[in-house]
Ligand binder design. Structure first.
Ligand code: ATP
Ligand code: MG
Length: 394
Protein backbone atom coordinates (compact mmCIF):
# COMPACT_ATOMS: atom_id res chain seq x y z
CA UNK A 1 0.00 0.00 0.00
CA UNK A 2 1.48 3.29 -0.91
CA UNK A 3 -1.58 5.51 -1.30
CA UNK A 4 -4.33 6.30 1.12
CA UNK A 5 -7.44 8.47 1.23
CA UNK A 6 -6.80 11.22 3.75
CA UNK A 7 -9.99 12.82 5.08
CA UNK A 8 -10.24 16.23 6.73
CA UNK A 9 -13.23 16.66 9.02
CA UNK A 10 -14.01 20.29 8.40
CA UNK A 11 -16.87 21.93 10.23
CA UNK A 12 -16.95 19.45 13.06
CA UNK A 13 -13.48 20.50 14.15
CA UNK A 14 -15.11 23.50 15.76
CA UNK A 15 -17.27 21.37 18.03
CA UNK A 16 -14.65 20.73 20.69
CA UNK A 17 -16.83 19.11 23.34
CA UNK A 18 -18.55 16.76 20.94
CA UNK A 19 -15.52 15.97 18.87
CA UNK A 20 -15.32 12.28 19.61
CA UNK A 21 -19.02 11.79 19.04
CA UNK A 22 -18.78 13.54 15.68
CA UNK A 23 -15.72 11.60 14.59
CA UNK A 24 -17.17 8.26 15.69
CA UNK A 25 -20.43 8.97 13.87
CA UNK A 26 -18.56 9.89 10.70
CA UNK A 27 -16.38 6.80 11.06
CA UNK A 28 -19.45 4.54 11.33
CA UNK A 29 -21.12 6.27 8.38
CA UNK A 30 -18.06 5.83 6.17
CA UNK A 31 -17.74 2.22 7.29
CA UNK A 32 -21.40 1.48 6.50
CA UNK A 33 -21.17 3.02 3.05
CA UNK A 34 -17.99 1.10 2.18
CA UNK A 35 -19.13 -2.23 3.59
CA UNK A 36 -18.82 -3.92 0.18
CA UNK A 37 -15.30 -2.69 -0.49
CA UNK A 38 -11.93 -4.01 0.49
CA UNK A 39 -10.90 -1.11 2.69
CA UNK A 40 -9.29 -0.49 6.05
CA UNK A 41 -10.49 2.62 7.83
CA UNK A 42 -8.77 4.27 10.76
CA UNK A 43 -9.05 7.63 12.49
CA UNK A 44 -7.44 10.01 14.90
CA UNK A 45 -8.55 13.39 16.19
CA UNK A 46 -7.34 15.21 13.10
CA UNK A 47 -7.83 12.86 10.18
CA UNK A 48 -9.51 9.74 8.90
CA UNK A 49 -7.54 7.32 6.73
CA UNK A 50 -8.88 4.81 4.21
CA UNK A 51 -6.63 2.14 2.76
CA UNK A 52 -8.08 0.95 -0.54
CA UNK A 53 -7.49 -1.26 -3.57
CA UNK A 54 -6.54 0.74 -6.67
CA UNK A 55 -9.25 -0.75 -8.87
CA UNK A 56 -11.93 0.34 -6.38
CA UNK A 57 -10.75 3.92 -5.94
CA UNK A 58 -13.18 5.61 -8.35
CA UNK A 59 -16.20 3.88 -6.80
CA UNK A 60 -15.04 4.70 -3.30
CA UNK A 61 -14.55 8.34 -4.22
CA UNK A 62 -18.05 8.65 -5.61
CA UNK A 63 -19.40 7.18 -2.38
CA UNK A 64 -17.48 9.34 0.04
CA UNK A 65 -18.37 12.40 -2.03
CA UNK A 66 -21.82 11.98 -0.49
CA UNK A 67 -20.87 11.44 3.13
CA UNK A 68 -21.62 14.55 5.19
CA UNK A 69 -18.99 15.71 7.66
CA UNK A 70 -16.14 15.42 5.17
CA UNK A 71 -14.79 18.82 4.36
CA UNK A 72 -12.01 17.80 2.03
CA UNK A 73 -10.05 14.70 1.13
CA UNK A 74 -6.87 13.82 -0.68
CA UNK A 75 -5.47 10.77 -2.38
CA UNK A 76 -2.13 10.81 -0.62
CA UNK A 77 1.10 8.87 -0.88
CA UNK A 78 2.13 7.52 2.45
CA UNK A 79 5.78 7.35 3.56
CA UNK A 80 7.78 6.98 6.74
CA UNK A 81 8.38 10.16 8.65
CA UNK A 82 11.98 10.90 7.75
CA UNK A 83 13.33 13.48 5.34
CA UNK A 84 15.01 11.03 2.95
CA UNK A 85 11.89 8.93 2.43
CA UNK A 86 9.81 12.05 1.97
CA UNK A 87 12.27 13.57 -0.53
CA UNK A 88 12.57 10.38 -2.57
CA UNK A 89 8.83 10.00 -2.79
CA UNK A 90 8.28 13.62 -3.83
CA UNK A 91 10.76 13.20 -6.68
CA UNK A 92 9.26 9.85 -7.70
CA UNK A 93 5.75 11.36 -7.82
CA UNK A 94 6.79 14.48 -9.73
CA UNK A 95 8.71 12.46 -12.31
CA UNK A 96 5.32 11.19 -13.52
CA UNK A 97 3.84 14.67 -13.85
CA UNK A 98 4.12 17.23 -16.64
CA UNK A 99 4.70 20.72 -15.29
CA UNK A 100 7.09 23.61 -15.43
CA UNK A 101 6.46 25.36 -12.11
CA UNK A 102 5.77 24.00 -8.66
CA UNK A 103 5.54 24.89 -5.01
CA UNK A 104 5.93 22.74 -1.88
CA UNK A 105 3.71 23.38 1.14
CA UNK A 106 4.36 21.54 4.37
CA UNK A 107 2.27 21.05 7.49
CA UNK A 108 4.17 19.63 10.41
CA UNK A 109 1.97 18.37 13.22
CA UNK A 110 4.83 16.22 14.59
CA UNK A 111 6.67 18.89 16.48
CA UNK A 112 9.70 16.73 17.34
CA UNK A 113 10.64 16.45 13.68
CA UNK A 114 14.10 18.06 13.33
CA UNK A 115 13.15 20.66 10.69
CA UNK A 116 10.23 23.06 10.85
CA UNK A 117 7.73 23.26 8.00
CA UNK A 118 9.49 26.10 6.17
CA UNK A 119 12.76 24.20 6.26
CA UNK A 120 11.13 21.02 5.03
CA UNK A 121 9.48 22.85 2.09
CA UNK A 122 12.75 24.53 1.18
CA UNK A 123 14.68 21.28 1.38
CA UNK A 124 12.11 19.40 -0.74
CA UNK A 125 12.05 22.23 -3.29
CA UNK A 126 15.83 21.96 -3.61
CA UNK A 127 15.66 18.19 -4.11
CA UNK A 128 13.08 18.60 -6.88
CA UNK A 129 15.13 21.27 -8.67
CA UNK A 130 18.17 19.02 -8.50
CA UNK A 131 16.44 15.88 -9.79
CA UNK A 132 13.95 17.16 -12.36
CA UNK A 133 15.06 19.17 -15.38
CA UNK A 134 13.57 22.42 -16.63
CA UNK A 135 11.32 23.18 -13.69
CA UNK A 136 11.25 26.17 -11.38
CA UNK A 137 9.54 27.32 -8.22
CA UNK A 138 6.54 29.65 -8.43
CA UNK A 139 5.05 30.46 -5.05
CA UNK A 140 2.11 32.44 -6.44
CA UNK A 141 0.67 30.42 -9.28
CA UNK A 142 2.41 27.05 -9.57
CA UNK A 143 1.33 24.38 -12.07
CA UNK A 144 1.64 21.85 -9.29
CA UNK A 145 1.18 22.31 -5.56
CA UNK A 146 2.98 19.59 -3.63
CA UNK A 147 1.39 19.27 -0.19
CA UNK A 148 3.24 17.44 2.55
CA UNK A 149 1.89 16.54 5.98
CA UNK A 150 4.48 15.42 8.48
CA UNK A 151 2.82 13.39 11.22
CA UNK A 152 4.38 11.25 13.92
CA UNK A 153 3.75 7.78 12.49
CA UNK A 154 3.58 8.50 8.81
CA UNK A 155 3.84 11.40 6.44
CA UNK A 156 1.57 12.13 3.52
CA UNK A 157 2.23 13.70 0.13
CA UNK A 158 -0.51 14.78 -2.26
CA UNK A 159 -1.07 16.98 -5.28
CA UNK A 160 -4.88 16.95 -5.27
CA UNK A 161 -7.70 18.46 -3.22
CA UNK A 162 -11.15 16.90 -3.45
CA UNK A 163 -14.01 18.90 -1.95
CA UNK A 164 -16.21 16.77 0.31
CA UNK A 165 -19.95 17.03 0.93
CA UNK A 166 -19.47 19.33 3.94
CA UNK A 167 -22.05 19.56 6.72
CA UNK A 168 -22.23 17.34 9.81
CA UNK A 169 -22.28 13.53 9.86
CA UNK A 170 -25.81 12.12 9.58
CA UNK A 171 -26.81 10.91 13.04
CA UNK A 172 -25.16 13.71 14.99
CA UNK A 173 -28.70 15.03 15.33
CA UNK A 174 -31.66 12.82 16.19
CA UNK A 175 -34.47 11.87 13.88
CA UNK A 176 -36.53 14.23 11.72
CA UNK A 177 -39.52 13.25 9.57
CA UNK A 178 -39.53 14.54 6.02
CA UNK A 179 -42.80 15.07 4.18
CA UNK A 180 -41.72 13.70 0.83
CA UNK A 181 -43.93 14.32 -2.17
CA UNK A 182 -42.90 13.57 -5.72
CA UNK A 183 -42.05 17.21 -6.38
CA UNK A 184 -38.81 19.13 -6.71
CA UNK A 185 -38.70 20.86 -3.34
CA UNK A 186 -39.11 18.16 -0.74
CA UNK A 187 -36.13 15.96 -1.80
CA UNK A 188 -33.95 19.07 -1.68
CA UNK A 189 -35.32 19.86 1.79
CA UNK A 190 -34.44 16.31 2.87
CA UNK A 191 -30.92 16.61 1.50
CA UNK A 192 -30.34 19.91 3.31
CA UNK A 193 -31.70 18.49 6.56
CA UNK A 194 -29.38 15.49 6.37
CA UNK A 195 -26.51 17.83 5.69
CA UNK A 196 -27.03 19.32 9.15
CA UNK A 197 -26.69 15.81 10.60
CA UNK A 198 -30.39 15.00 10.96
CA UNK A 199 -31.25 11.34 10.72
CA UNK A 200 -34.01 11.26 8.15
CA UNK A 201 -37.20 9.25 7.76
CA UNK A 202 -39.66 10.08 4.99
CA UNK A 203 -43.45 10.15 4.90
CA UNK A 204 -45.47 10.00 1.70
CA UNK A 205 -49.22 10.62 1.61
CA UNK A 206 -50.88 8.77 -1.22
CA UNK A 207 -54.46 8.74 -2.39
CA UNK A 208 -54.89 5.62 -4.50
CA UNK A 209 -56.83 5.34 -6.86
CA UNK A 210 -56.67 9.11 -7.37
CA UNK A 211 -52.90 8.83 -7.44
CA UNK A 212 -51.13 6.03 -9.26
CA UNK A 213 -48.58 3.42 -8.33
CA UNK A 214 -46.19 5.23 -10.66
CA UNK A 215 -46.46 8.24 -8.36
CA UNK A 216 -45.50 6.05 -5.42
CA UNK A 217 -42.66 4.54 -7.38
CA UNK A 218 -41.36 8.01 -8.09
CA UNK A 219 -41.27 8.77 -4.37
CA UNK A 220 -39.46 5.48 -3.76
CA UNK A 221 -36.94 6.44 -6.41
CA UNK A 222 -36.41 9.84 -4.77
CA UNK A 223 -35.97 8.16 -1.40
CA UNK A 224 -33.31 5.95 -2.94
CA UNK A 225 -31.48 9.00 -4.25
CA UNK A 226 -31.59 10.59 -0.79
CA UNK A 227 -30.38 7.34 0.77
CA UNK A 228 -27.09 7.85 -1.09
CA UNK A 229 -26.32 10.38 1.65
CA UNK A 230 -27.00 8.04 4.54
CA UNK A 231 -27.16 4.37 5.36
CA UNK A 232 -30.87 3.85 4.66
CA UNK A 233 -34.14 5.76 4.92
CA UNK A 234 -37.41 4.41 6.27
CA UNK A 235 -40.22 5.53 4.02
CA UNK A 236 -43.67 5.55 5.61
CA UNK A 237 -46.51 5.42 3.12
CA UNK A 238 -49.79 6.82 4.47
CA UNK A 239 -53.11 5.90 2.91
CA UNK A 240 -54.64 9.35 2.66
CA UNK A 241 -57.58 8.44 0.40
CA UNK A 242 -60.40 8.36 2.97
CA UNK A 243 -59.35 11.71 4.47
CA UNK A 244 -58.96 13.35 1.07
CA UNK A 245 -62.37 12.14 -0.03
CA UNK A 246 -64.01 13.24 3.21
CA UNK A 247 -62.50 16.71 2.90
CA UNK A 248 -63.76 17.15 -0.64
CA UNK A 249 -67.17 15.80 0.24
CA UNK A 250 -67.70 17.88 3.37
CA UNK A 251 -65.65 21.06 3.27
CA UNK A 252 -65.90 24.25 1.33
CA UNK A 253 -63.73 23.95 -1.73
CA UNK A 254 -61.51 26.99 -1.22
CA UNK A 255 -60.46 25.57 2.19
CA UNK A 256 -59.80 22.01 0.98
CA UNK A 257 -56.05 22.47 0.60
CA UNK A 258 -55.71 24.26 3.94
CA UNK A 259 -57.60 21.48 5.69
CA UNK A 260 -55.81 18.73 3.82
CA UNK A 261 -52.50 20.14 4.97
CA UNK A 262 -53.72 20.48 8.55
CA UNK A 263 -54.59 16.77 8.39
CA UNK A 264 -51.12 15.97 7.04
CA UNK A 265 -49.50 17.89 9.89
CA UNK A 266 -51.66 16.10 12.46
CA UNK A 267 -50.59 12.75 11.05
CA UNK A 268 -46.97 13.90 10.91
CA UNK A 269 -47.11 14.82 14.59
CA UNK A 270 -48.27 11.33 15.48
CA UNK A 271 -45.55 9.72 13.36
CA UNK A 272 -42.87 11.98 14.86
CA UNK A 273 -43.97 11.02 18.38
CA UNK A 274 -44.29 7.29 17.75
CA UNK A 275 -40.86 7.08 16.08
CA UNK A 276 -38.88 9.17 18.56
CA UNK A 277 -38.49 12.01 16.11
CA UNK A 278 -38.09 15.64 17.05
CA UNK A 279 -39.07 17.70 14.01
CA UNK A 280 -41.16 17.73 10.87
CA UNK A 281 -39.26 18.70 7.70
CA UNK A 282 -40.89 19.75 4.47
CA UNK A 283 -40.33 21.50 1.16
CA UNK A 284 -42.55 24.51 1.73
CA UNK A 285 -41.25 27.69 0.18
CA UNK A 286 -42.72 31.06 1.08
CA UNK A 287 -45.14 32.37 -1.52
CA UNK A 288 -44.79 29.43 -3.91
CA UNK A 289 -48.44 28.37 -3.87
CA UNK A 290 -51.64 29.36 -2.03
CA UNK A 291 -50.89 27.03 0.90
CA UNK A 292 -47.45 28.60 1.38
CA UNK A 293 -48.33 32.22 2.02
CA UNK A 294 -47.38 33.17 5.56
CA UNK A 295 -51.04 33.37 6.54
CA UNK A 296 -51.69 29.88 5.15
CA UNK A 297 -48.61 28.49 6.82
CA UNK A 298 -49.70 29.92 10.16
CA UNK A 299 -53.19 28.42 9.93
CA UNK A 300 -51.78 25.05 8.84
CA UNK A 301 -48.97 25.01 11.39
CA UNK A 302 -51.29 25.79 14.31
CA UNK A 303 -52.37 22.14 14.60
CA UNK A 304 -49.01 21.10 16.06
CA UNK A 305 -46.32 22.20 18.48
CA UNK A 306 -43.75 19.93 16.88
CA UNK A 307 -41.12 22.19 15.30
CA UNK A 308 -41.34 22.35 11.52
CA UNK A 309 -38.09 22.86 9.62
CA UNK A 310 -38.43 24.25 6.11
CA UNK A 311 -34.95 24.19 4.63
CA UNK A 312 -36.00 25.79 1.32
CA UNK A 313 -38.45 28.30 2.80
CA UNK A 314 -36.49 31.29 1.54
CA UNK A 315 -34.97 29.85 -1.62
CA UNK A 316 -36.02 30.84 -5.12
CA UNK A 317 -37.34 27.98 -7.22
CA UNK A 318 -34.27 28.24 -9.46
CA UNK A 319 -31.97 27.90 -6.48
CA UNK A 320 -33.90 24.81 -5.40
CA UNK A 321 -33.66 23.37 -8.92
CA UNK A 322 -29.90 23.90 -8.92
CA UNK A 323 -29.57 21.74 -5.82
CA UNK A 324 -32.04 19.18 -7.20
CA UNK A 325 -29.84 18.79 -10.26
CA UNK A 326 -26.72 18.54 -8.16
CA UNK A 327 -28.17 15.74 -6.03
CA UNK A 328 -29.68 14.04 -9.09
CA UNK A 329 -33.32 14.19 -7.98
CA UNK A 330 -34.49 16.71 -10.56
CA UNK A 331 -35.07 14.35 -13.48
CA UNK A 332 -37.12 12.03 -11.29
CA UNK A 333 -39.08 14.91 -9.73
CA UNK A 334 -40.25 16.25 -13.07
CA UNK A 335 -41.75 12.94 -14.20
CA UNK A 336 -45.41 13.72 -14.83
CA UNK A 337 -47.21 11.52 -12.28
CA UNK A 338 -49.88 13.26 -10.27
CA UNK A 339 -49.61 14.00 -6.58
CA UNK A 340 -52.48 13.85 -4.10
CA UNK A 341 -52.44 17.65 -3.83
CA UNK A 342 -52.63 18.26 -7.56
CA UNK A 343 -55.43 15.77 -8.09
CA UNK A 344 -57.72 17.55 -5.68
CA UNK A 345 -56.60 21.10 -6.17
CA UNK A 346 -59.61 23.48 -6.18
CA UNK A 347 -60.01 26.28 -8.71
CA UNK A 348 -59.61 29.04 -6.13
CA UNK A 349 -57.76 27.90 -3.03
CA UNK A 350 -57.84 30.38 -0.12
CA UNK A 351 -54.69 32.47 -0.14
CA UNK A 352 -55.43 34.05 3.23
CA UNK A 353 -57.42 31.41 5.09
CA UNK A 354 -58.89 32.17 8.51
CA UNK A 355 -58.24 29.81 11.39
CA UNK A 356 -61.81 29.85 12.68
CA UNK A 357 -63.19 29.01 9.24
CA UNK A 358 -60.72 26.14 8.83
CA UNK A 359 -61.72 24.73 12.21
CA UNK A 360 -65.43 25.06 11.46
CA UNK A 361 -65.05 23.36 8.09
CA UNK A 362 -62.96 20.43 9.28
CA UNK A 363 -65.35 19.74 12.14
CA UNK A 364 -67.92 18.70 9.56
CA UNK A 365 -66.49 15.17 9.61
CA UNK A 366 -64.93 12.87 12.19
CA UNK A 367 -61.33 13.37 11.18
CA UNK A 368 -59.84 12.12 14.44
CA UNK A 369 -60.92 8.53 13.79
CA UNK A 370 -59.70 8.74 10.23
CA UNK A 371 -56.33 10.06 11.31
CA UNK A 372 -55.92 7.21 13.78
CA UNK A 373 -56.86 4.76 11.03
CA UNK A 374 -54.36 6.32 8.62
CA UNK A 375 -51.56 6.10 11.20
CA UNK A 376 -52.46 2.51 12.11
CA UNK A 377 -52.27 1.35 8.51
CA UNK A 378 -48.96 2.92 7.54
CA UNK A 379 -46.76 0.83 5.29
CA UNK A 380 -43.05 1.24 6.07
CA UNK A 381 -40.34 0.43 3.55
CA UNK A 382 -36.63 0.40 4.33
CA UNK A 383 -34.94 2.05 1.37
CA UNK A 384 -31.26 1.78 0.56
CA UNK A 385 -29.46 3.52 -2.24
CA UNK A 386 -28.44 0.40 -4.06
CA UNK A 387 -31.15 -2.11 -3.28
CA UNK A 388 -34.60 -2.02 -4.74
CA UNK A 389 -36.57 -3.66 -1.95
CA UNK A 390 -39.92 -2.38 -3.05
CA UNK A 391 -40.44 -4.10 -6.41
CA UNK A 392 -42.86 -6.49 -4.77
CA UNK A 393 -45.05 -3.64 -3.55
CA UNK A 394 -45.94 -2.61 -7.05
P1 ATP B 1 -42.43 19.68 -3.79
O1 ATP B 1 -42.56 20.74 -2.77
O2 ATP B 1 -41.92 18.41 -3.24
O3 ATP B 1 -41.76 20.14 -5.02
P2 ATP B 1 -44.92 20.53 -4.38
O4 ATP B 1 -44.28 21.86 -4.44
O5 ATP B 1 -45.90 20.12 -5.39
O6 ATP B 1 -43.87 19.41 -4.28
P3 ATP B 1 -46.56 21.39 -2.32
O7 ATP B 1 -47.94 21.08 -2.68
O8 ATP B 1 -46.02 22.73 -2.54
O9 ATP B 1 -45.60 20.35 -2.97
O10 ATP B 1 -46.37 20.97 -0.82
C1 ATP B 1 -45.40 21.54 0.01
C2 ATP B 1 -44.70 20.48 0.81
O11 ATP B 1 -45.63 19.62 1.48
C3 ATP B 1 -43.88 19.55 -0.03
O12 ATP B 1 -42.61 20.09 -0.30
C4 ATP B 1 -43.80 18.34 0.84
O13 ATP B 1 -42.83 18.50 1.86
C5 ATP B 1 -45.17 18.31 1.49
N1 ATP B 1 -46.09 17.45 0.71
C6 ATP B 1 -46.95 17.82 -0.25
N2 ATP B 1 -47.61 16.75 -0.74
C7 ATP B 1 -47.14 15.67 -0.08
C8 ATP B 1 -47.41 14.26 -0.13
N3 ATP B 1 -48.27 13.74 -0.98
N4 ATP B 1 -46.72 13.46 0.70
C9 ATP B 1 -45.81 13.97 1.55
N5 ATP B 1 -45.52 15.26 1.65
C10 ATP B 1 -46.18 16.12 0.85
MG1 MG C 1 -43.37 23.06 -3.37
Amino acid sequence: MDRIILIKYGELSTKKANRNFFINTLYNNVKNKLINYDVKISKDRARMYIEFRDNELEDIKSIIDRVFGIHMYHIAYIVNTNIDDISNKVVEILKNETFSTFKVETKRSYKSFPQDSMEISRKLGGVVLKNIDNVSVDVHNPDILVQVEVRENHSYIYLNNYTGAGGYPVGTQPKGMLMLSGGIDSPVAGYLAMKRGIQLEAVYFEAIPHTSLEARNKVLELTKKLAAYTNYINLHVVNFTPIQEAIYKNCRSDYCITIMRRMMYRIMEKIVKSHNGYVIINGESVGQVASQTLTSMAVINSVTNVPVIRPVACFDKLEIIDIARKIDTYETSILPYEDCCTVFVPKHPAINPKLDVAIREEEKFDYQTMIDEAVDTINTIKVREEVNEFKNLL
